[in-house]
Write a protein that binds this ligand. Structure first.
Ligand SMILES: *[C@@H]1O[C@H](CO)[C@@H](O)[C@H](O)[C@H]1NC(C)=O
Ligand SMILES: *[C@@H]1O[C@H](CO)[C@@H](O)[C@H](O)[C@H]1NC(C)=O
Ligand SMILES: [Ca+2]
Ligand SMILES: [Ca+2]
Length: 322
């Protein structure tokens, strides 16, 4: 994080001096710092997916895929953004005519990459996933099978979707990630642990919000809510709770469905064995939707402290130049 901030400051200074070669080096540094920050996030904070005994129908599955992809694409998009800035700069210096890459505007989704056939851009199944030696990259699927990485799961699903010989089992068209980490017997959450859990989630949510604010990755609207949370203790947990609830509500129907919980459930499952029962407890009327009042209640917050203040623009575009 510190590296990131330092890199950004340095970056704008150097930009002013128009030292283009340093700039290119620096972009590399920003990219590196960014990747580090992302890895940290995955390790300790970016926690969440689905455990709830899911019986998925096709449309739910599609929704789930979109969530998986959104998570995955966040990293890829950022890297691409940095890479294309770098490319643009290099081009301006070396070659004023910028070539248009037909793949640049192509969004292929998880497990797929853009491939040029002559001048035609096509999405194909990713030919090779990086060799993963880090056990923390392993994922557990809905079939309770451990795969080496999320990439390998998406790749397999793509191979089955396209009836490629690399498809190991036709049912793998329905393969998805249940949680990050190896499949294992899920430990039971004791009553004692559960009692303390809402407080821990509150803390965690506030810390995530603060962290995003420091990295300038919240919209102006949520920046204001974060500022309020910093300066007013009574608003601290409530604002973080409202922000996360709005953030999870991807289709902005003002309720969080089971599948919209994916981005917090999947990464947290292996780290926090209470997350599944906790999220269950957030839907006491079992209608599969979590309202803001239900969300607040399961976090131990008073409904009168919760103002439904969602930003209409759901996601800010992270600005590279601060
Ligand atoms: C999933 O697999 C793990 C390890 O292979 C096993 O310990 C666990 O009991 C399995 N879970 C279920 C629900 O079958
Ligand atoms: C803090 O927030 C509470 C609840 O919204 C409000 O009543 C109070 O006036 C605020 N305090 C300050 C110092 O802004
Ligand atoms: Ca929703
Ligand atoms: Ca409900």
């Amino acid at each position: 994080m510190a590296i990131n901030i330092v890199a950004r400051c340095e970056f704008s200074k150097i930009l002013k001096r128009s030292m283009k070669w340093s700039l290119i080096l620096l972009l590399g540094l920003v990219a590196l710092a960014h990747v580090r920050a992302e890895v940290e996030e995955l390790d300790n904070e970016d926690l969440l997916e689905e455990l709830l005994d899911l019986e998925l129908d096709e449309s739910e599955e599609e929704l789930l895929r979109q969530f998986e992809e959104k998570n995955l694409n966040k990293d890829v998009e950022r890297e691409n953004e940095i890479a294309s800035k770098l490319a643009a700069d290099t081009n301006n210096i070396l070659n004023p005519v910028v070539e248009i890459d037909p793949c640049e505007k192509m969004h292929c989704g998880a497990g797929r990459v853009c491939h040029l056939e002559g001048v035609t851009a096509k999405c194909i199944c990713i030919p090779e996933c990086p060799d993963e030696v880090d056990a923390r990259r392993r994922v557990c699927t809905n079939k309770n099978e451990t795969w080496p990485s999320d990439c390998s799961v998406y790749q397999q699903r793509c191979l089955c979707d396209t009836k490629d010989p690399g498809c190991l089992n036709p049912s793998n068209t329905h393969l998805h990630i249940d949680y990050y980490g190896e499949c294992h017997e899920l430990k039971e959450c004791t009553e004692e642990e559960m009692k303390d859990f809402p407080r821990r989630v509150r803390d965690w949510l506030f810390n995530v919000m603060r962290d995003l604010a420091e990295r300038d990755e919240l919209t102006e609207h949520y920046m204001q809510m974060e500022l309020e949370a910093e300066t007013n203790m009574t608003r601290r947990w409530a604002n973080a709770a409202v922000w996360k609830w709005c953030d999870l509500d991807g289709d902005t129907d003002r309720s969080v469905s089971r599948h919209e919980l994916f981005p917090i459930r999947a990464p947290l499952m292996s780290l926090e064995h209470c997350i599944a029962p906790f999220l269950e407890s957030c839907d006491p009327n079992k209608d599969h939707r979590i309202t803001l009042v239900e969300w607040g209640a399961c976090l131990g917050l008073d409904p009168s402290d919760l103002n439904e203040r969602c930003d209409d623009i759901q996601k800010s575009v992270p600005h590279l130049l601060g």
